[in-house]
Design a protein around this ligand. Sequence first.
Ligand code: KG4
Ligand code: ZN
Length: 337
Amino acid sequence: MKILAIESSCDETATAVVEDGRKVLSSVIASQVEEHKLYGGVVPEIASRRHTEAISQITEQALSDAGCTMDDIDAIAVTAAPGLIGALLVGVNFAKGLSLKFDKPLVPVHHLRSHIASNYITSPDLKPPFLALVVSGGHTHLVEVKSYTEYNIIGCTRDDAAGECMDKSARTLGLPYPGGLNLDKAAASGDPTAYKMPHPRVEGAPYDFSFSGLKTFVINTVHKCEQKGETVSVEDMGASVIAAVVRSLVENTEKAAIEFKYDKIVLAGGVSANSVLRREMQKCCDSHGWELYMPDLKLCGDNAAMVGAQGYYEYIAGSRATLDLNARATMPINEEF
Ligand code: KG4
Ligand code: ZN
C-alpha cells in the first residue's frame, strides 16, 4: 500500500510517498535553515508561516516524483505530536483537508516513533523487539520497542535534551545554527580531554540523563575566559562537550541493554547523525557482540519518509483519525492518539 506522508513538527516542511512502510518512492524536504540561521535558532512563528507557504507545492512534488496521483494513495499519515504547536497544526490541517477531499484514511503519527522508523527504511531486515536510543533536539529517551506500535520508556532526560545541549554549546562558542552539526564538524580536530567536564548521573535512576549541567559548564567556562581575556578553543571545548554527552548516552544504553537483555540496539533522531556517537556506540555494541542499527545520515533529521514508514505500521495496527484530530505539543511515545 502507498502512504502519502506529511511532516511539519519543527523547521522542515517534508512530504513523501512510501510503499509498504519500507520503500521510499519519493521524499521532499523544504528546509528553513537559512532563514532561522539569521536568528541563531528556530523562530516558531516563522516556521509556521513557511510551512503554510511550502506544503501544497511539496505535496504535489512528492506525488509527481513518485509517479502517483492521489488516486494511487491508500492513506495519509501526518506527524501530529510532539513538536511546535503552530508548526504541527499546518501539517495536521493540510492532511485533514486532503483526507476529506480525496476520501482517504488519516493516520496520526508520533514524531519520535517516526524517528525510530527511519531505521526500517535504512535496514530492511530490522524488526522489533529492540532497544532504541532516541536523541533529538527536544528529546532524549531510552525506549523498549516491543512491537511496531508498543513502547516502554525506561529512561529519559530530567532537563535538557542531548540536542539542546549540543545546540546551546555551539551557540555559546559562536558557531552558527544549526549548532549540533557545526559543533560536530568543529570538534573533529579538537582534543576531547582538553576540558574536564562534569559527568552527570541521576541518583537512583540509572537510565535517566541530565545534560543541563554540561551546557552550564560550557557557558560558565566561556564567560570566565572572556572576563580574564583568555580565548577558549572552540575545537577542544566542542570535542570535550560532545565526548561527555556521548559517554552518558552510551553508558546508559549499555546498562539498559544488559539489564533488559537486548542484543539489538537502534539509534534515532537528529543527534544520531553525530559522528562521535555513531563511532562510540558501534564500539560498545561490537564489544558485546550486539547488532547496532543507525539511520542513513539523510534520514537522521526530520523528514517525511520516516512518517510514511511508521504510518504504515500504525495503519496496520488499526489507527485512524477523524477530522477532529488535533495537534499536541507534548505527548508520551507510549500513548495513542
Ligand atoms: O530530530 P531533529 O532533526 O529535530 C527534532 O525532532 O528535534 O533533531 C535536531 C537536533 C538538533 O539539536 C541538532 O543540533 C542535532 O539534532 N544534530 C546534531 C547533529 N546533526 C543534527 N547533533 C550533533 N551532531 C550532529 N552531527
Ligand atoms: Zn525530529
